[in-house]
Design a protein around this ligand. Structure first.
Ligand code: C2E
Ligand code: CA
Ligand code: CA
Length: 580
């Protein structure tokens, strides 16, 4: 028997060792003098028993018991406690904390010690068995034996718990209910064994398209539930539902037959569609009923507004795929001005989408493009188009203008991004220093290895990196220091309205001095009024963008209005035409 003896008193340890050696236990004894040393030895070796003194320096024996009992039962160990105190309360406290037996030091003899150790280890084995049985029963009570998923009981309890937690924070949670559209037919024509197999395969496939942080349960028969916590918007629930519907498109091969199954999904969102699990369930159920009624194999939100948004996203995605092929995307360019002399120093490329007569702005489609990763090919097109335009302008008008290009997180994570950027620069003979790559902090927050590598590579190409929309999101100074950023773009929401807007004035002033300390250039966005121009001049901001000077315009309009006339400044006497 391997025993860990923890006692700071050398004489007591010798007494215990002697008693053990006189017994027939064949004891291998390791000695520690403090709780911490004991825990260290316990972690590094394996023992059958801990023999523990109560009175120890720094931390007492009960603390050691508590730490050992913190381990899972499988990793835990039998403990016998020793003390010189006859205090009954103390001995009870030790047992409550998790010791199997308690010995008075004055009573220790070879026979007593042997008996205590054997009783303790038997008791411990029994406790362990009981614990394992409890675990098994718990598992049986909470899981569905066919699929291994959580069952209705567990799902209900979890949902209730999550809703209680979220009531204060009002954090959105989605409840998705769905069942297989043709399960009864499968059961009736192929038998229950095939039905069971189908359920199992369906579950595996659905699991493969979930992230793992969802609660996925079989609620009974062919009915399933998924709970999505920490939702950022109802769209996210729609995305998950779509993945589920899509992943079931391919038929299942079971017993050399090919079975096709579809699902109807109903979605209700907490707190908007129900504040309790009962109401949420009822509403998700109603939504599922609608999905079935509408012809099955589809997704329904309980709330009409959410449903509309969901359809719009699906429609936008489909149209966006066409847009790429049919070249409906185009770039507008907004001049970047030096407010001291109204000279144009460069441009920012801003995407637009022409569908017939309708001109769509990025807020109508960039989100969808990002979600569907269509932003990668779209972004490649933007980069090529913007660089080729800049090459043309600088050549034709003999200028050294700059071009800012917006890039999203997905693009940075795309392995070919930097290579494509580089080959565009070479192809159009544009010096890298003239290109500003604009990223937002949200993109930096993704902190993926690929994104970081891309930023470093962009910097090595000698393109400049701008941090866009500064002052709206996290605005963390560490991002400015940890990445090779050279430009800070102050978001338009920070632009002071007038001289009474003290808060924003102070903010901009603070940002200007921070940027100068960090050696960053500043670009102010959203400059709309003469007051804002004068403020930029006071703060020595040499690059500004905004409607005061010019809205974003088509390439030929920029050429006609500014570049052709060799007017590389904005003529404030002539009216700025509206872009849309
Ligand atoms: P952003 O990069 O912050 O672009 C500036 C936005 O402010 C543009 O909106 C611009 O039209 C608008 N703006 C410019 N001056 C003023 C002003 O004086 N007042 C006001 N109220 N607004 C002004 P836009 O063109 O609708 O673009 C919106 C966002 O879409 C951009 O914000 C950018 O994040 C994104 N975006 C645009 N083009 C691209 C692109 O090619 N790729 C990617 N990934 N994102 C893009
Ligand atoms: Ca931008
Ligand atoms: Ca911006």
């Amino acid at each position: 028997m391997k025993i860990l003896l923890v006692d700071d008193d050398q004489l007591d340890r010798e007494m215990v060792v002697r008693a053990l050696n006189r017994s027939d236990l064949n004891a291998h004894i390791s000695e520690a003098v403090t709780v911490d040393q004991g825990l260290e030895m316990y972690a590094a070796n394996s023992y059958d028993m801990v023999l523990l003194d109560y009175q120890l320096p720094q931390r007492n024996g009960i603390e050691m018991i508590l730490e050992l009992r913190n381990e899972t039962k499988d990793n835990s160990i039998a403990i016998v406690m020793m003390s010189s105190s006859e205090d009954e309360e103390l001995s009870l406290a030790c047992i409550r904390a998790g010791a199997q037996d308690f010995l008075l030091k004055s009573e220790i003899s070879s026979v007593r010690l042997r008996r205590a150790l054997i009783h303790a280890s038997t008791r411990f084995e029994l406790e362990k068995k009981l614990y394992n049985t409890y675990k098994k029963v718990k598992l049986l009570a909470e899981t569905d034996s066919l699929t291994g998923l959580a069952n209705r009981y567990y799902f209900d309890e979890s949902l209730k718990q999550v809703l209680t937690l979220n009531t204060r924070s009002q954090q959105q949670t989605a409840l998705l209910l769905f069942d297989l559209d043709n399960f009864k037919v499968v059961n009736d024509s192929f038998g229950h064994d095939v039905g069971d197999l189908l359920l199992k395969k369906v579950v595996l496939r659905i699991k493969s398209c979930l992230r793992g942080n969802e609660t996925f349960a079989r609620l009974g028969g062919d009915e399933f539930g998924i709970m999505l916590n920490d939702l950022s918007s109802s769209d996210q629930a729609g995305q998950v539902a779509r993945r589920i519907v899509t992943v079931l498109h391919k038929p299942f091969e079971i017993a050399s037959a090919f079975l096709q199954t579809t699902v109807s999904v109903g979605i209700a969102i907490f707190p908007e569609n129900g504040k309790t699990s009962e109401v949420l369930f009822k509403h998700a159920d109603i939504a599922m009923y609608r999905a079935k009624n509408n012809g099955r194999n589809q997704i329904c939100f309980f709330e009409e507004e959410m449903q509309k948004k969901f359809y719009l996203r699906i429609k936008t995605e489909a149209e966006l795929r066409v847009a790429l092929v049919e070249q409906q995307l185009l770039l507008f360019y907004q001049p970047v001005i030096n407010p001291e002399n109204n000279q144009i120093v460069g441009f920012e490329a801003l995407i637009r989408w022409q569908v017939g007569d309708e001109l769509r702005t990025p807020d109508q489609f960039i989100d969808v493009a990002e979600e569907t990763r269509l932003i990668v090919p779209i972004g490649e097109w933007v980069m090529e188009e913007a660089i080729s335009t800049l090459a043309r302008w600088n050549r034709k008008y003999n200028q050294v203008l700059t071009m800012a290009i917006n890039v999203s997180a997905h693009q940075l994570c795309d392995r070919n991004f930097v290579e494509k950027l580089n080959s565009s620069l070479i192809k159009h003979k544009v010096p890298a220093e003239l290109i500003d790559i604009e990223v937002t902090e949200t993109a930096l927050l993704k902190e993926t290895e690929e994104a970081r590598n891309a930023l470093v590579a962009i910097d090595q190409l000698r393109c400049r990196l701008s941090l866009d929309d500064f002052g709206t999101g996290y605005s963390s100074v560490s991002h400015l220091r940890n990445y090779p950023i050279s430009v800070m773009k102050i978001d338009k929401s920070l632009m002071p309205i007038d001289e009474t807007d003290m808060k924003n004035i102070a903010l901009v002033e603070g940002l200007v001095s921070m940027a100068s300390i960090l050696g960053l250039e500043i670009v102010a966005e959203g400059v709309e009024t003469p007051y804002q121009v004068s403020l930029c001049n006071i703060f020595n901001i040499t690059h500004v963008q905004g409607y005061f000077y010019s809205k974003p315009k088509r390439r030929k309009d920029i050429e006609n209005e500014y570049l052709n006339n060799n007017v590389i400044y904005v003529d404030l006497m002539s009216e700025n035409e509206d872009e849309h």
